[in-house]
Design a binder for this molecule. Structure first.
Ligand code: FES
Length: 369
């Protein structure tokens, strides 16, 4: 009798993927809705992916002879070690996403940065009930978290609440419906901005009454939220209204594609306005870039990324808002004032990493750059 031959799924003998090891090779493209696609990638050389549900990676693309980077949340589960999936939506001004939808083919290879980000399931939180709230493409981290929790049969009570413009904009609806039918610990609710009369779900803007009706025990849940800023602002204001303990609220902005690196690129002022009628003089510091071998000047009112770019030094960045982690750099010496918006793990901060796009010097610095 022939012996059975199993595919090689053991990851022990494989390297862990990181951006320096190999580019990502596109192995599948799937239409999710009329304007949303999923792109699945594996490492070009055999490797496995280690990440937490909710984390993201940054793709490097060459579009019209210009190098561009964009950060995307991984929608697949970390339990699927051999591939990652990115799900993104065509946007009016989304140059990178639109290029991917039109031009990326199975077999194409893309360079990417290591997976990072600090939005994810807070397993250290004591609550055994979670509420995933997402608007539009903000569903991607919730998909990764749900897939992960279900794959591992983790005993959490999950409510999945998703807002879309219309029923035809619901991403991964079949899968979410399947979980609803077959997982006793999974309940889903859809809310559409606009829908025909035969739509059985909720419609209109998420309101306090709607949320209270759909999730009776919301006050007992750990809440994870991702979507456009207006959506998350609305969620936060409703939660505040019901007296929700915001220590149990976590949010991520998915809107990195539409953010612009130019937002933080304004010329710094010589004086920072402080209180009315008062101003604080800017102090100028030296920043030594160890690998580049240069020392540059940076005022205490200037973010470090801007100062580096003004010297014509090319360094990776994407969101320029402290969210994506792309500009993460190790600080060997010195002190900065940093306003990271979730783009840096606490453990990395403890190791001395900073995000240059949202850090101002408070002393002379030495960076590993
Ligand atoms: S460029 Fe995104 S965190 Fe700095």
């Amino acid at each position: 009798m022939n012996s059975m031959v199993f595919p090689k799924i053991d990851i022990d003998g494989m390297p862990k993927w990181d951006g320096d090891l190999a580019p990502l090779e596109c192995i599948a493209i799937k239409d999710e809705t009329h304007n949303v696609k999923s792109f699945t990638f594996r490492s070009k050389v055999d490797a496995w992916f280690e990440f937490l549900p909710g984390q993201h990676t940054t793709l490097f693309l060459n579009i019209n002879d210009a190098s561009v980077m964009r950060t995307y949340t991984i929608a697949s589960s970390p339990t699927h070690h051999h591939a990652i999936t990115i799900t993104n939506k065509l946007l009016e001004n989304g140059a990178v996403t639109n290029w991917m939808h039109k031009h990326l083919k199975v077999g194409d290879c893309i360079d990417a940065l290591n997976i990072g980000g600090s939005f994810g399931i807070a397993f250290d939180q004591p609550r055994d009930k979670v509420l995933f709230m997402s608007g539009g493409s903000g569903i991607t981290p919730m998909l990764s978290m749900s897939r992960y929790l279900i794959d591992l049969s983790i005993d959490l009570d999950i409510v999945f609440l998703h807002n879309a413009q219309t029923p035809r904009d619901l991403i991964a609806k079949d899968e979410i419906d399947f979980y609803e039918q077959h997982q006793s610990n999974f309940n889903r609710h859809y809310i559409c901005d606009n829908a025909d009369d035969d739509w059985p779900g909720e419609r209109g803007l998420l309101s306090l009454t709607m949320l209270n009706n759909l999730v009776l025990d919301i006050i007992e849940r750990e809440v994870y939220c991702c979507g456009p800023k207006a959506y998350m602002d609305n969620v936060k204001s409703i939660l505040n209204e019901i007296g929700f303990d915001m220590a149990h609220y976590h949010q991520e902005s998915f809107d990195i594609e539409s953010s612009t690196a130019q937002q933080n690129m304004a010329e710094p002022d010589k004086f920072i306005a402080h209180e009315e009628g008062e101003s604080i003089e800017v102090v100028e510091y030296n920043i030594t870039l160890q690998e580049t071998g240069k020392t540059i000047k940076c005022g205490s009112n200037t973010n470090i990324l801007v100062a580096i770019q003004k010297e014509g030094i090319v360094t990776p960045f994407a969101c320029s808002m402290g969210m994506c982690g792309t500009c993460r750099t190790k600080m060997i010496e010195g002190k900065v004032d940093m306003d990271a918006q979730g783009g840096l793990l606490k453990s990395h901060e403890a190791e001395g990493y900073i995000l240059t796009c949202c850090s101002h010097p408070e002393s002379d610095l030495v960076l590993e750059l």
